[in-house]
Write a protein that binds this ligand. Structure first.
Ligand SMILES: [Fe+2]
Ligand SMILES: [Fe+2]
Length: 215
């Protein structure tokens, strides 16, 4: 393993996590129905994006034959990932875990939303990690985290992606891991094109994907 970052941020009480998955926290259930927490700061266009991400995730969950309980989590993560996307940096900083200091608001809104959900009692660590790292990626991502990472990028509102985006979207149910690699490559190339720094977690994510691919 080439990764130098801790693969998962949230390692909560495993029993609480099982309980939370069997009977999702009320905030998660409400979000699956499109009702955001009252602390959410997201404008109309943002909410439309979140709804498209939730719909896309649900469509994949259905194609994979996931049960209703799982589909609640998948829809909820689609709505919750950007719950603080329009919150200013000064308000995000105190919410984000200490090791996220120095990130921009574009990167901080995920960790801040995950932390807010955790303090509210959400114990579903996979969901919290998916929300926290939906922008930077994470080597510890399972199917939910990977699906959110690509759905956020490929949702049908991203019309500038054209036929390429459409084709990747349709390949997800049969080849999620190949699509994740392709999306990560495109997102990282975009960062490099702008001569911006890569977050260590993004590098670790990419290395884990490549290792998997050649392993
Ligand atoms: Fe986001
Ligand atoms: Fe998003």
């Amino acid at each position: 393993m080439l990764s130098v970052v801790t693969p998962r941020l949230y390692r909560l009480d495993p029993l609480a996590e099982v309980d939370d998955r069997m009977a999702p926290h009320p905030t998660v259930t409400a979000a699956a129905g499109g009702r955001l927490p009252d602390w959410a700061v997201a404008g109309t266009r943002r909410r439309e994006h979140m709804a498209r991400v939730a719909d896309l995730l649900e469509s994949w969950a259905l194609q994979w034959g996931l049960d209703e309980g799982e589909r609640v989590r998948w829809r909820a993560v689609g709505f919750l990932h950007d719950a603080l996307r329009d919150e200013p940096l000064s308000s995000l900083l105190p919410l984000a875990p200490a090791d996220f200091g120095g990130l921009s608001d574009a990167l901080l809104h995920g960790p801040a939303a995950a932390e807010r959900l955790r303090t509210e009692g959400v114990a579903d660590a996979e969901l919290l990690d998916a929300v926290a790292f939906h922008t930077v990626g994470d080597p510890g991502f399972g199917r939910l985290g990977r699906a959110l990472y690509v759905a956020d990028f490929l949702e049908p509102g991203r019309t500038f992606l054209g036929e390429w985006g459409k084709s990747l979207r349709s390949r997800v149910p049969g080849a999620l891991d190949e699509v994740v690699l392709e999306v990560a490559r495109a997102r990282i190339a975009h960062i490099l094109d702008h001569k911006a720094a890569l977050h260590p977690r993004t590098i670790a994510f990419w290395n884990a994907l490549v290792e998997e691919c050649h392993g």
